[in-house]
Design a protein around this ligand. Structure first.
Ligand SMILES: [Zn+2]
Length: 480
């Protein structure tokens, strides 16, 4: 058991799902040619003043409510002053002094244990532009370009309390956060497109003490798995430093995914940003009534949905947790269940075959061609005995890749289960003739020997024989 415990807080930047940027009418569409979605306001040209996009306030409020936060009825923007080439104004518009949302929480499960992670605040801010380096990193590049398409994209920054104690907890918190924001419809939460970005503040301290150790900030993590690995590595690194009698240095460290280590990026303490109230934008005033309207418009969130699956459909809590971990999966389950009302069977196929294929191909549900109706039809075929469970898995894979109807696949490939005794009789006779030892074993009382014979018939029919029928025919022929 380690003598140290980790103290971890996460800062998560989430891009809000608006059509236009936070202070101008430029498009927020992802993946366009560099610098094609810009105007004087988002370029920060002198003399340009923006107007706040109301949708940003609504989505930030929804996000705050979905994270169990209180919402401020009177908040404003501040200027956070710093220099960086992707920030031509020399300041970033953010909410430093009065965030729109604060005092929230999310409940997570890790290894069956529930835990509450408190959320300090969620504030609105604009994204700066993006540097595009000619080489692999800023230090190894001969030159860098600046793409201002991202400049002025609306963000919320969600800051957790340092309540997280391990990489696994950090991953569980991020998964929960992502699900809540996705259900609330405020963001695409796609880490690979940069609409969700995470930095981790990590420190360690001797177990039993309450003062905080020196922390490092870790950046450049591109997946939830990477966040977990980076934190686990960094915790070990800091413990090693302390055990060797050294001191942890406050610094920013980058996660190197290939090497699986964190490396020092900047060795200085956080600069003093010099923050001032932004006077060119009016403060944000919200009425309690409006906040309640927004609250009422938020659909059922993951925890409530999970409870519903357990209480109404009798699913095990574990299954319900997996199914509700993403909105797409939960909707898929509900839709399939409407057509094939056997919750546990539907959940088994989603958790087994569907997630297995999605993970193996590193795909999102929306990228596959499988539909809830398709899964329901497949389960009908299995239930009717047209195909076996095993053949069902093969058919499912074809449906997943090609989007075809299961009945069509079964017909085209001749996969129907053979239940016809006439068709099976000859194969069974051959198997009996070829395996005298198993037959003798069975007849001398070793009843388990029949399993081998059934297996041989299944093999001869490429898995298409109905195992129940084969079993009873064999017993009959062997003189039961
Ligand atoms: Zn613009």
């Amino acid at each position: 058991m380690s003598r140290y415990e980790a103290v971890i807080g996460l800062e998560v930047h989430v891009e809000l799902k608006t059509d236009t940027k936070i202070f101008c009418g430029c498009s927020t569409e992802f993946g366009k040619e560099p610098n094609t979605q810009v105007c004087p306001v988002c370029l920060g040209l002198p003399g340009s003043t923006g107007v706040l996009n109301k949708k940003v306030v609504e989505l930030a409020t929804r996000a705050g409510l979905a994270l169990n936060c209180e919402i401020g009825t009177y908040t404003w923007f501040d200027r956070k002053n710093y220099y960086y080439p992707d920030l031509p104004k020399g300041y970033q518009i953010s909410q430093v002094f009065r965030p729109i949302a604060y005092n929230g929480y999310l409940d997570i499960d890790v290894d069956g244990e529930k835990k509450r992670i408190n959320i300090t605040r969620a504030h609105i801010e604009e994204d700066p532009g993006k540097l595009v380096h000619s080489g692999g990193s800023i230090t190894s590049s001969r030159y860098s370009y600046v793409d201002y398409n991202r400049s002025g994209m609306p963000l919320i920054e969600i800051v957790s309390e340092p309540d997280i104690r391990s990489g696994a907890e950090a991953k569980a918190y991020l998964e929960k956060l992502k699900a809540h924001l996705e259900y609330a419809g405020v963001s695409d939460v796609k880490m690979e497109q940069g609409s969700l970005r995470c930095d981790a503040n990590v420190s360690v301290r001797p177990v039993g003490t309450t003062t905080l150790g020196t922390k490092t900030e870790i950046k450049n993590m591109n997946s939830f798995r990477a966040v977990q690995r980076a934190i686990e590595y960094e915790v070990e690194r800091q413990i090693d430093v302390l055990e060797d009698g050294g001191k942890v240095v406050q610094e920013t460290r980058g996660w190197d995914e290939n090497k699986g280590i964190t490396v020092s990026m900047r060795n200085k303490e956080n600069p003093d940003y010099r923050c001032f109230i932004e006077h060119e934008l009016p403060p944000i005033e919200l009425t309690e009534e409006w906040i309640e309207e927004v609250r009422a418009s938020i659909p059922e969130l993951p925890d409530a949905r999970r409870r519903r699956l357990v209480e109404e459909h009798g699913l095990p809590d574990y299954d319900a947790g997996v199914i509700t971990s993403s909105l797409a999966l939960a909707e898929f389950f509900d839709a399939a269940l409407k057509e094939f009302p056997d919750a546990k069977t539907v959940s088994n196929w989603i958790m087994g075959e569907l997630l297995r294929l999605l993970n193996a191909r590193n795909m999102e549900l929306g990228e596959s061609r499988i539909t809830p109706g398709g899964l329901a039809s497949l389960l009908q075929l299995i239930k009717k005995g047209t195909i076996s469970n095993k053949i069902g898995k093969e058919v499912f894979e074809v449906m997943f890749e090609e989007g075809k109807d299961p009945e069509q696949i079964v017909k085209e490939r001749g996969l129907s289960q053979i239940s016809d005794q006439g068709q099976l009789a000859q194969i069974i006779d051959e198997v009996i003739a070829k395996n005298p030892k198993s037959v003798a074993d069975y007849q001398s009382g070793k009843k388990q020997a029949i399993g081998f014979l059934v297996g041989q018939v299944m093999k001869a029919t490429r898995g298409q024989a109905n195992p129940g029928v084969v079993n009873s025919m064999l017993r009959e022929k062997l003189g039961e």
